[in-house]
Write a protein that binds this ligand. Structure first.
Ligand code: F0G
Length: 446
C-alpha cells in the first residue's frame, strides 16, 4: 500500500551502453564524478535525496527570512519539542554542522569517545578535537551470515572495558547512532539505548544520540522488541531520545528535507556554549546556516517522519529491494536495515582481491549495466580498516517506485551473470587526504 501519490515528477533517462561506458571512463571509475543526469536509479545516498510533501513545499513559502528571531525557528523548536522531546535547539546547515557544535563544545585533546559505530563525519569531528573515536559494535555486526534483530546495538560490556582501560575520566562522551549506518543500517533496541545511557551515567559522561534515522529505528523497535508492538510509533521515537543529554540530527535523513540539521540538548550551560560555537561556524542561532524556508520545511518533515504509514512503507521498500536482490542470487546483509541494502561484493566478486577493490568494481559494473549508482563502503572508502567489501544501495525517501527497484535487481542479476569477466581496479590519482580519497580518486582496471 502507498499512502501518497506523485504531484511533481523529474524525468530520468537510461543512457545507452556506449554512453554509460564513456561516462564511466570519463569519471575515472569513480561514480562520485558522474553527472547525475547520466544516472537512471540513484542509490548513492538517502541523504538529502528524498521527496518533500506538498505540505513541506507549502511551508517553504512561510519561511521567515529574518536574520534574528525568525518565526520559522519557533516552528522548528516546537516540532523538535513535540517529536523529540528537547527544548533547546540549534539549527545547523546539516548533520556534520551539529556534530561540530556539540563535539566542539564537549571534547578536548586526549579524550576518548565511545559509540556503537561512529559515522565517518562523527569520527572526523571527534578526531578534529584531538580525541579518539572508539567503536563498540556488537559481535556479528560486520558478519553478514549472522542474523539478529538489533545488530546495530552498542556493546555495553566492551564500552565498559575500554573505559576501565583508559580511565573513566578520559571518556567525557558516549554516543549511540540510530540506526547504525556503518553497521548496515541495523537498528538499536530501546533496552540497549537505556543500558548505554546507564553506562554513560556510570562514567559521568554525556550521552549523545546521533538521531539521523530515529524514526526508522523506532519502527524496528515497534516491530521487533518485546512489549513494544502496541505502542504508538511517536511515543517510541520520543522514548529513544529521552535518555539522551543531547542529540545531533541530519535533517537530510529522517526530517525528509534536501538540506538542514540541528543539535538539541537539555543542559543550559551546554546550550549556551554550543550557541556560541554555532555563531562562529553556522550562523546566528535562529537560522544556523539555513534559509528560514529550509527550517520551515524541516519542521514539517520531522512531524511527517513519525507518521506510521510513511515509515512502514519506507522500511518495507528497502526490504523489497533486499528480497528482489536475494531472488537474483546477490549476497546481501539480512535482515535489511532501515535505509539501504548492503551487498557483499567481496563474496560476489570473490576472484578480485580486496586490494583491488571488488566493491568499487561492483559499483562500476552496476553503472555500466543499468546506470544504477551505489557506493563502495569497503577497502576503497576505508583504507586500512578491517571491513568487509560492502556496496551500499541507499533508497531515497518517497522517491522511487517498485519498477525502479526491479530495474536495480535486474541490473545486479546481469552483473552477476558476467562476474567472471571482471578484473580488479587500481588507483591512478588520489587526493592528499587518504580518508577522503573515495570522493575524488581516479581508478583504472589492473
Ligand atoms: N550521522 C550519520 C549516522 C549519517 O549517516 C550522516 C550522513 C551524518 C551523521 C552526517 O550528516 O551528511 O547531514 O552532514 N550520512 C550520509 C550517508 C552522508 O550517505 O550516509 P550530514
Amino acid at each position: 500500500m502507498r499512502s501518497y501519490k506523485a504531484k511533481a515528477v523529474t524525468p530520468i533517462r537510461l543512457p545507452d551502453r556506449e554512453g554509460r561506458t564513456e561516462a564511466l571512463d570519463a569519471a575515472g571509475h569513480n561514480v562520485f564524478n558522474l553527472d547525475s543526469d547520466a544516472v537512471y536509479v540513484d542509490l548513492l545516498t538517502d541523504s538529502g535525496t528524498g521527496t518533500m510533501s506538498d505540505e513541506q513545499w507549502a511551508a517553504l513559502m512561510r519561511g521567515d527570512e529574518a536574520y534574528a528571531g525568525s518565526s520559522s525557528f519557533d516552528r522548528l523548536q516546537s516540532a523538535v519539542a513535540d517529536v523529540m522531546g528537547f527544548e533547546h535547539v540549534i539549527p545547523t546547515h546539516q548533520g556534520r554542522g551539529a556534530e561540530n557544535v556539540v563535539y566542539g563544545s564537549l571534547l578536548e585533546e586526549g579524550d576518548v569517545v565511545l559509540n556503537n559505530t561512529h559515522f565517518d563525519t562523527t569520527r572526523a569531528h571527534v578526531a578534529n578535537q584531538g580525541a579518539e573515536a572508539v567503536d563498540c559494535p556488537v559481535e556479528g555486526a560486520w558478519d553478514r551470515t549472522v542474523e539478529g534483530e538489533f545488530l546495530g546495538n552498542f556493546d555495553v560490556e566492551k564500552g565498559r572495558a575500554i573505559a576501565d582501560e583508559v580511565g573513566a575520566e578520559n571518556v567525557p562522551v558516549v554516543v549511540t547512532t540510530i540506526t547504525n549506518n556503518s553497521a548496515a543500517g541495523q537498528p538499536v533496541s530501546l533496552a540497549n539505548i537505556r543500558e548505554t545511557a546507564e553506562l554513560a551515567e556510570e562514567l559521568d559522561a554525556w550521552f549523545v544520540v546521533d538521531a539521523c534515522r530515529f524514526a526508522e529505528n523506532a519502527h524496528f523497535v515497534k516491530e521487533r522488541e518485546a512489549g513494544q508492538g502496541d505502542r504508538d510509533l511517536a511515543a517510541i521515537a520520543r522514548e529513544q531520545l529521552s535518555y539522551a543529554d543531547a542529540i545531533t540530527m541530519s535533517g537530510k535523513k529522517d526530517a525528509i528535507v534536501n538540506i538542514g540539521g540541528f543539535a538539541a540538548m537539555r543542559d543550559e550551560e551546554l546550550f549556551e556554549h554550543a550557541k556560541q560555537r554555532a555563531i562562529l561556524y553556522e550562523g546566528f542561532p535562529t537560522y544556523g546556516g539555513l534559509a528560514g524556508r529550509d527550517i520551515e520545511a524541516m519542521a514539517v518533515g520531522l512531524r511527517e517522519a513519525v507518521e506510521p504509514p510513511y515509515v512502514a512503507e519506507r522500511v518495507e521498500q528497502v526490504a523489497t529491494l533486499g528480497e528482489l536482490l536475494t531472488e537474483a542470487e546477490i549476497p546481501i546483509v539480512t535482515p535489511t536495515g532501515g535505509h539501504a541494502v548492503y551487498v557483499d561484493a567481496g563474496e560476489l566478486l570473490d576472484h578480485i582481491p580486496t586490494e583491488q577493490f571488488p566493491g568499487q568494481r561492483l559499483v562500476c559494473e552496476l553503472y555500466r549495466e543499468g546506470a544504477v549508482r551505489g557506493v563502495e563502503l569497503g577497502s576503497f572508502a576505508f583504507p586500512g580498516a578491517d571491513r568487509p567489501d560492502y556496496v551500499r544501495l541507499a533508497v531515497p525517501r518517497r522517491t522511487y517506485w517498485r519498477e525502479h527497484l526491479e530495474h536495480v535487481a535486474e541490473t545486479a542479476a546481469a552483473v552477476r551473470e558476467r562476474r567472471e569477466e571482471y578484473v580488479g581496479l587500481e588507483i591512478v590519482e588520489e587526493p592528499p587526504m587518504k580518508e577522503l580519497r573515495h570522493f575524488s580518486a581516479r581508478l583504472e582496471s589492473v
